[in-house]
Design a protein around this ligand. Structure first.
Ligand SMILES: [Zn+2]
Length: 190
Protein backbone atom coordinates (compact mmCIF):
# COMPACT_ATOMS: atom_id res chain seq x y z
CA UNK A 1 0.00 0.00 0.00
CA UNK A 2 1.25 3.45 -0.90
CA UNK A 3 0.64 4.87 2.55
CA UNK A 4 3.10 2.47 4.13
CA UNK A 5 6.25 4.11 2.91
CA UNK A 6 7.42 7.08 4.94
CA UNK A 7 7.10 9.58 2.10
CA UNK A 8 3.47 8.53 1.58
CA UNK A 9 2.75 9.05 5.24
CA UNK A 10 4.52 12.42 5.13
CA UNK A 11 2.26 13.51 2.26
CA UNK A 12 -0.82 12.60 4.29
CA UNK A 13 0.53 14.69 7.17
CA UNK A 14 1.12 17.61 4.81
CA UNK A 15 -2.41 17.28 3.44
CA UNK A 16 -3.91 17.27 6.96
CA UNK A 17 -1.87 20.36 7.82
CA UNK A 18 -3.25 22.05 4.70
CA UNK A 19 -6.82 21.14 5.67
CA UNK A 20 -6.34 22.54 9.18
CA UNK A 21 -4.92 25.76 7.76
CA UNK A 22 -7.64 26.14 5.13
CA UNK A 23 -10.52 25.61 7.58
CA UNK A 24 -9.07 28.45 9.57
CA UNK A 25 -7.46 27.05 12.70
CA UNK A 26 -3.91 27.88 13.72
CA UNK A 27 -2.26 24.71 12.54
CA UNK A 28 1.00 25.75 14.16
CA UNK A 29 -0.45 26.05 17.67
CA UNK A 30 0.41 23.52 20.35
CA UNK A 31 -3.07 21.95 20.15
CA UNK A 32 -2.55 20.89 16.54
CA UNK A 33 1.17 20.16 16.77
CA UNK A 34 0.79 16.38 16.52
CA UNK A 35 -2.58 16.22 14.77
CA UNK A 36 -1.22 15.60 11.24
CA UNK A 37 0.91 12.70 12.47
CA UNK A 38 -1.97 11.27 14.52
CA UNK A 39 -4.37 11.47 11.58
CA UNK A 40 -1.84 9.81 9.25
CA UNK A 41 -1.29 6.99 11.78
CA UNK A 42 -5.03 6.66 12.21
CA UNK A 43 -5.58 6.29 8.45
CA UNK A 44 -2.89 3.62 8.30
CA UNK A 45 -4.78 1.72 10.98
CA UNK A 46 -8.33 2.31 9.72
CA UNK A 47 -7.45 1.52 6.10
CA UNK A 48 -5.21 -1.50 6.64
CA UNK A 49 -7.75 -3.64 4.79
CA UNK A 50 -6.98 -1.92 1.46
CA UNK A 51 -3.80 -4.00 1.42
CA UNK A 52 -4.61 -7.53 0.29
CA UNK A 53 -1.61 -8.77 2.30
CA UNK A 54 -3.67 -8.13 5.43
CA UNK A 55 -6.34 -10.60 4.42
CA UNK A 56 -6.84 -12.96 7.38
CA UNK A 57 -5.34 -16.40 7.07
CA UNK A 58 -8.10 -18.98 7.16
CA UNK A 59 -7.72 -22.42 8.63
CA UNK A 60 -10.46 -24.67 7.34
CA UNK A 61 -11.50 -27.91 8.98
CA UNK A 62 -13.22 -30.89 7.41
CA UNK A 63 -16.96 -30.80 7.82
CA UNK A 64 -18.08 -34.05 9.36
CA UNK A 65 -21.60 -33.97 8.07
CA UNK A 66 -23.05 -30.68 9.34
CA UNK A 67 -25.74 -29.70 6.81
CA UNK A 68 -27.82 -27.16 8.69
CA UNK A 69 -27.71 -23.43 9.17
CA UNK A 70 -25.06 -21.88 11.39
CA UNK A 71 -25.74 -18.35 12.59
CA UNK A 72 -23.49 -15.72 14.09
CA UNK A 73 -25.42 -12.76 15.36
CA UNK A 74 -24.62 -9.13 16.00
CA UNK A 75 -20.86 -9.06 15.47
CA UNK A 76 -19.93 -5.39 15.98
CA UNK A 77 -17.99 -3.50 13.31
CA UNK A 78 -16.56 -0.05 12.64
CA UNK A 79 -15.73 1.38 9.26
CA UNK A 80 -15.84 4.74 7.47
CA UNK A 81 -17.96 5.73 4.52
CA UNK A 82 -16.30 6.14 1.15
CA UNK A 83 -18.12 9.40 0.45
CA UNK A 84 -17.30 11.44 3.56
CA UNK A 85 -14.75 9.38 5.50
CA UNK A 86 -17.06 9.55 8.52
CA UNK A 87 -17.76 6.52 10.71
CA UNK A 88 -20.17 3.77 9.82
CA UNK A 89 -20.79 1.38 12.68
CA UNK A 90 -23.22 -1.29 13.67
CA UNK A 91 -23.42 -5.03 13.69
CA UNK A 92 -23.41 -7.92 11.30
CA UNK A 93 -25.29 -11.18 11.41
CA UNK A 94 -24.36 -14.13 9.25
CA UNK A 95 -26.24 -17.32 8.49
CA UNK A 96 -24.45 -19.94 6.48
CA UNK A 97 -24.58 -23.56 5.54
CA UNK A 98 -21.08 -24.98 5.33
CA UNK A 99 -19.87 -27.03 2.40
CA UNK A 100 -17.12 -29.62 2.72
CA UNK A 101 -15.08 -27.32 4.94
CA UNK A 102 -15.83 -25.43 8.14
CA UNK A 103 -14.19 -22.27 9.40
CA UNK A 104 -13.46 -21.64 13.08
CA UNK A 105 -16.06 -19.23 14.44
CA UNK A 106 -13.44 -16.79 15.73
CA UNK A 107 -12.39 -16.08 12.13
CA UNK A 108 -15.65 -14.41 11.16
CA UNK A 109 -14.98 -11.24 13.16
CA UNK A 110 -11.53 -11.13 11.51
CA UNK A 111 -13.03 -11.34 8.05
CA UNK A 112 -15.41 -8.52 8.97
CA UNK A 113 -12.58 -6.41 10.37
CA UNK A 114 -10.54 -6.88 7.19
CA UNK A 115 -13.33 -5.68 4.89
CA UNK A 116 -14.36 -2.91 7.30
CA UNK A 117 -10.79 -1.56 7.30
CA UNK A 118 -11.19 0.45 4.11
CA UNK A 119 -13.56 3.21 3.04
CA UNK A 120 -16.86 1.48 2.44
CA UNK A 121 -20.25 1.72 0.78
CA UNK A 122 -22.58 -0.36 2.95
CA UNK A 123 -24.15 -2.34 0.09
CA UNK A 124 -20.75 -3.21 -1.38
CA UNK A 125 -19.38 -4.15 2.03
CA UNK A 126 -22.31 -6.51 2.54
CA UNK A 127 -21.71 -8.12 -0.85
CA UNK A 128 -17.95 -8.45 -0.26
CA UNK A 129 -18.58 -10.36 2.96
CA UNK A 130 -21.13 -12.66 1.33
CA UNK A 131 -18.87 -13.33 -1.68
CA UNK A 132 -15.85 -14.02 0.49
CA UNK A 133 -17.67 -16.52 2.71
CA UNK A 134 -19.39 -18.14 -0.25
CA UNK A 135 -16.31 -18.44 -2.45
CA UNK A 136 -13.47 -18.94 0.02
CA UNK A 137 -15.30 -21.30 2.34
CA UNK A 138 -17.11 -22.91 -0.57
CA UNK A 139 -20.22 -22.57 1.56
CA UNK A 140 -23.47 -24.10 0.37
CA UNK A 141 -25.30 -20.88 1.16
CA UNK A 142 -24.68 -17.54 2.85
CA UNK A 143 -26.87 -14.72 4.12
CA UNK A 144 -25.20 -11.59 5.46
CA UNK A 145 -27.16 -8.82 7.13
CA UNK A 146 -25.53 -5.50 8.01
CA UNK A 147 -27.26 -3.00 10.30
CA UNK A 148 -25.45 0.29 10.44
CA UNK A 149 -25.54 3.92 11.45
CA UNK A 150 -23.83 6.41 9.19
CA UNK A 151 -22.49 9.51 10.90
CA UNK A 152 -22.54 11.36 7.57
CA UNK A 153 -26.34 11.07 7.78
CA UNK A 154 -26.49 12.06 11.43
CA UNK A 155 -23.88 14.79 11.97
CA UNK A 156 -24.32 16.70 8.75
CA UNK A 157 -26.61 17.05 5.74
CA UNK A 158 -30.11 15.93 6.65
CA UNK A 159 -29.11 15.15 10.28
CA UNK A 160 -31.19 12.00 10.37
CA UNK A 161 -30.40 10.88 13.89
CA UNK A 162 -30.47 7.22 14.84
CA UNK A 163 -31.44 6.00 11.38
CA UNK A 164 -30.48 2.39 10.96
CA UNK A 165 -29.59 1.27 7.45
CA UNK A 166 -30.08 -2.43 6.85
CA UNK A 167 -28.58 -4.27 3.91
CA UNK A 168 -28.40 -7.92 3.08
CA UNK A 169 -26.75 -10.18 0.55
CA UNK A 170 -27.55 -13.80 -0.18
CA UNK A 171 -25.61 -16.42 -2.09
CA UNK A 172 -26.03 -20.07 -2.98
CA UNK A 173 -28.85 -22.18 -1.62
CA UNK A 174 -30.50 -19.21 0.10
CA UNK A 175 -31.00 -17.65 -3.33
CA UNK A 176 -32.42 -20.82 -4.80
CA UNK A 177 -34.59 -22.09 -1.97
CA UNK A 178 -37.13 -19.72 -0.42
CA UNK A 179 -37.93 -21.86 2.63
CA UNK A 180 -34.21 -22.18 3.51
CA UNK A 181 -33.84 -18.43 3.19
CA UNK A 182 -36.88 -17.85 5.40
CA UNK A 183 -35.50 -20.21 8.01
CA UNK A 184 -32.19 -18.32 7.99
CA UNK A 185 -33.98 -14.98 8.33
CA UNK A 186 -36.04 -16.32 11.22
CA UNK A 187 -32.88 -17.46 13.00
CA UNK A 188 -31.23 -14.07 12.45
CA UNK A 189 -34.27 -12.09 13.61
CA UNK A 190 -34.93 -14.16 16.74
ZN1 LIG B 1 -21.06 9.23 3.82
Amino acid sequence: MKMKDESGKQRIEDAVRTILKEVGVDENSETYENTPRRVADMYLELFAGIDGNNEPKLTLFDNNGYRDILTLKRIPFYSVCAHHLLPIFGDISIAYIPGKKILGLSKFPRIIKYFASRPQIQEEFTGQLADFIYERLKATGVLVMVKARHLCLEMRGIKAHNVETVSSAIRGVFEENVSTKEEALKLLMS
